[in-house]
Design a protein around this ligand. Structure first.
Ligand code: APR
Length: 232
């Protein structure tokens, strides 16, 4: 019998207990910055050094952190289910933990791309500065989807979500579109589990929704155990 398909949509809360700041919690990433200055094409055009330094700091921090029990539980899920992760996160903690199928909606910190060709992407773990050029002599930029830019992986993410037998949503405030709209593409019969200590949705908001008001390192392993036990 083929394995049931589980789609997992993750946000910054997934990585919070690994030590990476979320965006909108108290003391979050956006608290210290004007989003449009450090995460928009206009900001990059106006002050590229500021933007490059913002991502250099986050890239350095990512080199220091590790996956948490929530990331690891999602890997265990693969023993019994066909698991597809669709993440808003630009860290590589799902990959580090061993998840096999990860789609990044908002790009990846450990990649950079040409400023003139979004398909020219390079792996990059060190600082990125002005003068770091692609092989056609164009400035390189973070491979991050900035506010106001298209989300190239959106269609892929919708197609993945439409195949879900079960949808799990972890650690996202559901405030940024189009990522937040993915919940609407889960097939009607699919149960939806929402893991977040301060959930921004209520069980009554969506059909088949179960809210688990726990942090990822507690809520996700418990949910994985529950789903796995339900198979036996
Ligand atoms: N475990 C699970 N969830 C948590 C935890 C935790 N330990 N700590 C915080 N959270 C939850 C918060 O309650 C909140 O609902 O994680 C969510 C974080 O929300 P945001 O900071 O808005 O992050 P996210 O939803 O991922 O932001 C989406 O916005 O700024 C853009 O591109 C950026 O991808 C990002 C997008």
């Amino acid at each position: 019998m083929s394995k049931q398909k589980i789609v997992v949509l993750t946000g910054a809360g997934m990585s919070a207990e690994s030590g990476l700041k979320t965006f909108r919690d108290a003391n979050g990433l956006w608290e210290g910055h004007d989003v449009m200055e450090v995460a928009s094409p206009q900001g990059f055009a106006k002050n590229p050094e500021l933007v490059l330094e913002f991502y250099n700091q986050r890239r350095k921090q990512l080199l220091e952190v590790s996956p948490n029990a929530g990331h690891r539980a999602l890997v265990e899920l693969e023993a019994h289910f066909d698991v597809n992760i669709v993440t808003q996160n630009v860290d590589n903690l799902h990959e580090q933990a061993g998840s096999s199928h990860v789609t990044h909606l908002h790009g990846e910190l450990f990649k950079v791309r040409s400023t003139v060709n979004e398909n020219h992407v390079l792996d990059w773990k060190k600082d990125l500065v002005l003068g770091d050029l692609d092989d056609n002599g164009h400035q390189l930029r973070p491979h991050i989807v900035w506010f106001g830019e298209m989300v190239p992986m959106l269609e892929t993410a919708v197609e993945i979500t439409q195949q879900a037998d079960i949808l799990i949503i972890i650690g996202t405030s559901m405030q940024v579109y189009p990522a937040a709209s993915l919940i609407n593409f889960a097939p009607q019969p699919a149960p939806i589990y929402f893991v977040d200590p301060k959930p921004n949705v209520a069980s009554s908001d969506f059909h088949n929704l179960t809210v688990i008001p726990k942090p990822a390192t507690e809520g996700v392993p418990n949910l994985v155990a529950q789903l796995t036990d339900s198979l036996t």
